[in-house]
Unconditional design. Structure first.
Length: 254
């Protein structure tokens, strides 16, 4: 069976992926948020597994992570909440987080649980490529999980080629070297970076994350890339309106 991510990437359109933190605003909002996002035409969802030391995240996602942990979110609770998610949701679901909670749960046990629930991939920014390839790749593949790697404007072409050959889904293209949720619009530096990557003709499509929050930035980011990910802006929306106005947020993007 083909992975849902692979199938989605073949669709002839620019993909919108949304990130949210599991257990935020309230502990039991996870399923409602996922179902609402799919209903409103989102193509892919990244479910953030909160962690106490989220290095790559900006203040918005950090605060949501802290709140979710205070609400009582754990790996076990997330898995329990998602147990029947495939009865109502068919788009790709990716768990994004840090490697520590996966290690604590047990890498194989974690991957097996993901397969049982119907999770399609993982994004673990602090799991280095070589460690993944040496120690975990066979486990991820055994359970049908795509591992998504990140590249930034500072990543060398050699490294990008290595990541491309190790990937079998998409490459998460971080738009800038800063943390998530900052800056408005993309400057020349980012435009140059987008062009440089496009010219590399990588085998895996790229999805841009960091700094996308509205129709303008979504269009800029997807001019050369396959799709874009919105995280901080959606979390700010949840903070302001709870889980009731997801449709309004998505309608502002496309």
């Amino acid at each position: 069976m083909s992975n849902r991510i692979t199938l989605k990437l073949k669709e002839d359109k620019k993909l919108l992926s949304i990130y949210f933190t599991a257990g935020y605003p309230s502990l039991n909002d996870t399923v409602k948020i996922i179902e609402d996002l799919e209903k409103n035409g989102v193509d892919m969802i990244e479910i953030g597994l909160p962690f106490s030391d989220p290095l790559a995240d900006g203040p918005t996602i950090q605060e949501s992570s802290t709140a979710a942990l205070k609400n009582g979110m754990t790996t076990e609770i997330l898995f329990e909440q998602l147990r029947d998610i495939r009865k109502t949701v068919s788009i790709p679901l990716i768990i994004m987080g840090y490697f520590n909670p996966v290690l604590q749960y047990g890498v194989e046990a974690f991957c097996k649980k993901c397969q049982e629930i119907g999770i399609d991939g993982l994004i673990l920014p602090d799991l280095p490529l070589d460690v993944y390839q040496d120690d975990y790749e066979t486990i991820f593949k055994k359970y049908g999980l795509i591992n998504v790697f990140l590249i930034t404007p500072q990543t060398s072409n050699d490294r990008i080629d290595q990541i491309d050959s190790a990937s079998d889904g998409f490459i998460y293209m971080v738009s800038s070297a800063s943390v998530t949720g900052s800056k408005s619009g993309f400057g020349q530096e980012q435009e140059n970076y987008f062009e440089r990557i496009a010219k590399m003709n990588l085998k895996n499509p790229q999805i841009v994350g960091f700094g996308i929050k509205d129709e303008e930035t979504f269009k800029q980011a997807t001019k050369t890339a396959k799709g874009a990910i919105i995280g901080s802006a959606f979390i700010k929306h949840l903070t302001a309106y709870g889980t009731d106005k997801t449709n309004e947020f998505i309608s502002l993007i496309r």
